[in-house]
Design a protein around this ligand. Structure first.
Ligand code: HEM
Ligand code: HEM
Length: 175
């Protein structure tokens, strides 16, 4: 029986840390376009995108372990459809946090171009095939675009609970 009224502090910390990392993942990849091809800043932004993306995946694994050992609070009363929508969006976000780094890494591997992270070459996992790399990149980009909608819907949902329904949904993920 889950009776506690808030998320465990480690789950709250991981939620906001990953939310910040996700913002940085999106900012870096959008910012890289602002720098001309071949410039050092463009490469730095891309490498930052890869490193931050890997960090998201790593912390998400920790977060899943935390969620399994420290269950969240009992859902607040509300329409069943609302809870289903919230849970579906959470699942979508989890998929985004785990699937995107895998797709990104596969796209880089198939591109066959060595990528250096802080002077260390990222091991390429596959044979080189530019066609497959391009296709995976397209899927990565499409899901990335969907990610904006998912995150937007999720954040709007939280604000709706806080400002319109005036319940404790946001606060119990805050303290
Ligand atoms: C949560 C994790 C991630 C998210 C949400 C994400 C999201 C995105 C987005 C939105 C784009 C730009 C798409 C566009 O131009 O419209 C992109 C591009 C890309 N991402 Fe990620 N990404 C993640 C992790 C990774 C990781 C870990 C890698 C590689 C190790 C990676 C490799 C790439 C590559 C190669 C591109 C294409 C860049 C180019 O234009 O050359 N991504 N990603
Ligand atoms: C301004 C941004 C955000 C706000 C206001 C926010 C707010 C919240 C709130 C209030 C909850 C608790 C919902 C409940 O108890 O039913 C929650 C849970 C959750 N949030 Fe966010 N969130 C934000 C950003 C993000 C981002 C960027 C991600 C991931 C990409 C994310 C992923 C999740 C997940 C997976 C849960 C389910 C509980 C858990 O696994 O810890 N959130 N969020």
């Amino acid at each position: 029986m889950r009776t506690h009224e808030t998320y465990a502090p480690i789950r709250i910390a991981l939620h906001w840390l990953i939310a910040l990392l996700m913002v940085a993942v999106y900012v870096t990849i959008n910012l890289h376009e602002a720098f001309p091809k071949g410039t050092e800043m463009r490469t730095t932004m891309k490498v930052a995108h890869y490193v931050l993306g890997f960090a998201v995946a790593g912390f998400t694994l920790l977060r899943l372990a935390a969620a399994m050992s420290l269950p969240g609070p009992v859902p607040l009363d509300g329409p069943k459809m609302q809870q289903l929508l919230a849970n579906t969006v959470h699942l979508g976000l989890l998929a985004l946090m785990l699937l995107m780094p895998i797709l990104g890494y596969l796209a880089l591997s198939f591109s066959g171009k060595p990528v250096s992270l802080f002077g260390l070459d990222l091991p390429l996992l596959t044979w080189a095939d530019k066609g497959i790399s391009r296709q995976i990149k397209e899927v990565h980009e499409a899901i990335g675009t969907l990610g904006y909608a998912l995150i937007g819907l999720h954040a709007l949902g939280a604000l709706y609970h806080h400002h319109i329904l005036k319940d404790s949904t946001l606060l119990r993920m805050w303290r």
